[in-house]
Structure formats: structure tokens, C-alpha cells
Design a protein around this ligand. Structure first.
Ligand code: ATP
Length: 252
């Protein structure tokens, strides 16, 4: 089943076409990486999907329904979650509190009076938070104040926060940016484990080609806002247009 589909998606910033007529499909259970040189439009595409940006034209469908009229939190409620890039952690709260807020927010959509009306479901929230922390290996850190976590664990907590809404599709924008080799390795393992345990479909934006080629079922290559190639890691590795787009950049 097609989970996500963009149709002739365009985003212009003034005269600059950051997303150029993109038709992207992501099937259920697929692991798709989006790669491309700096400024190719990767983050813009992710931000369009999460509704942080309005498209200039075109459509985005999730589970067959258009989401371009929705607010960002409504997209989360439909089952799309994004991890990384924007700091989603409340630094002064504990790891457990962060997970609980994520579970609550995904259930209620936003903070407000609803929060108080639904106390009955709070035990659920505690359960969801516990399961989430367990699945990202942070249960024994539950009482630690988030700001005191080592960098790699903060990233784990961010994945946990994204998972607390029990998404069908997880979008990850450069999950290993700024990590040490060990932290990168453990994050890649975590992503693999999360994929296995939660049966998640994910879309990954990543510059680290080793990760991209090891983790993806399919790779989509963007250049100047448009898709210039897509295929399995083996197909992409030998693709001439891709080599050209990266000329002087990353070795594939
Ligand atoms: N809010 C904005 N206003 C104006 N131009 C923007 C805005 N956001 C992105 N752009 C431009 O759109 C183009 C695509 O940017 P985008 O950040 O999506 O690329 P990217 O592939 O994610 O790059 P990187 O790999 O460097 O993160 C760039 O030319 C960028 O300068």
C-alpha cells in the first residue's frame, strides 16, 4: 500500500524553486533515504510533508488523503512523526516527563483544557511513556533531567518522543549529525531496532552515505529541487546523473 505520495509538489521561495515538481511515493514498510547535495531541497521537502511549510502548488497524500489543508499537529495525529533537527526536548524536565508530554500531546493534539478533562487516560500516558523509553533504551535514565543526558542519549530521547505518538511514518532529518562514530553506530542500530519492533516506515535525510547505503530499501536523489534518480542502493551507486550531481562533493 502507498503510505505517502506527493504529486507535482512545488515550493518556491521568491524566485527560487526549492521543490521542483516532486512526485515521491513511499510504500508501507519501506525505508527510503533522500540524498542530494547541499541546498538540493531535502529539508524543504520534509517540511512540506510535516506541514511546516505550505506548498506553492501540488498535493501531498497520506494514506490516500490529502494533508495539505491540515495543521502540523493534525498531520502527527494522522500518523506522521518527525524526529531530529528541531529540538523537541524540554531540557529542564526529566526523561520520563518528556516522554509523557509527547504521549499526551499526540493524543490531545495540543496543550489546553482538554488536558484536564481527560485525566482518566493519564494511566495510559504513563504506560505509553514507559514503553517508549523502554524501546529506545532509556528506561533506566527515566529520572534524569534531560539536559544532563549525554548527546547520544538526547538523540535517543528525540527518537522516543517521535515514537510516542505511535506513528506509521517516521521522518528523520540527519539523525546522526554531530555524533561521534560510536554514537552514530548506536543510533543506526537503534533505527534498525525501531524498524523491527515497531514495523515502521521511514524516510531518512542523511549525508552519511555509509548509513544511507546500508539502511535503505530505496534511495531518492534530489538536485536543485527535483528528483534526478531513484532506485535501490546498487542502482544509485552506479548512476551517472548522481555522480555528476555530487561531483566534487561526496564519494558514492
Ligand atoms: N525559508 C526559506 N526562505 C528562502 N529560501 C529557502 C528557505 N528554506 C530553504 N531555502 C532555500 O531552498 C533551497 C533548498 O534548501 P533546503 O534546506 O531544503 O536544502 P537541503 O537539501 O536540505 O540542504 P542541506 O543539505 O544543506 O541541509 C536552498 O537554496 C535554500 O537556500
Amino acid at each position: 500500500m502507498t503510505l505517502l505520495e506527493t504529486e507535482n509538489l512545488v515550493k518556491e521561495f521568491g524566485g527560487l524553486v526549492a521543490t521542483d515538481d516532486v512526485n515521491l511515493t513511499v510504500e508501507e514498510d519501506e525505508r527510503v533515504s533522500i540524498i542530494g547535495p547541499n541546498g538540493a531541497g531535502k529539508s524543504t521537502l520534509i517540511n512540506l510533508i510535516t506541514r511546516r511549510l505550505d506548498p506553492t502548488s501540488g498535493d501531498i497524500r497520506f494514506k490516500g488523503e490529502s494533508i495539505v489543508g491540515l495543521e502540523p499537529h493534525q498531520v502527527v495525529q494522522r500518523g506522521v512523526s518527525k524526529s531530529f533537527q528541531t529540538a523537541s526536548i524540554f531540557p529542564d524536565l526529566t526523561v520520563r516527563e518528556n516522554a509523557e508530554i509527547a504521549a499526551l500531546a499526540s493524543e490531545r493534539g495540543a496543550f489546553g483544557f482538554e488536558f484536564l478533562k481527560h485525566r482518566d487516560s493519564l494511566s495510559d500516558v504513563h504506560g505509553v511513556a514507559r514503553d517508549t523509553l523502554d524501546s529506545v533504551g532509556l528506561l533506566d535514565r527515566a529520572d534524569t533531567v534531560a539536559t544532563d543526558l549525554p548527546y547520544g542519549d538526547k538523540r535517543r530521547l528525540e527518537i522516543g518522543i517521535a515514537l510516542a505518538s505511535d506513528p506509521d511514518l517516521l521522518l528523520m532529518d540527519e539523525p546522526t549529525a554531530g555524533m561521534s562514530p560510536e554514537e552514530t553506530k548506536s543510533t543506526v542500530e537503534l533505527i534498525e531496532q525501531v524498524k523491527r519492533d515497531h514495523g515502521l516506515t521511514f524516510v531518512l535525510v542523511e549525508h552519511d552515505m555509509e548509513i544511507v547505503f546500508s539502511i535503505s530499501d530505496r534511495i531518492v536523489v534530489l538536485s536543485r529541487g527535483g528528483i534526478i534518480a531513484e532506485g535501490t542502493p546498487d542502482e544509485i551507486r552506479g548512476n551517472e546523473a548522481v555522480q555528476e550531481a555530487y561531483l566534487g562533493g561526496v564519494e558514492l
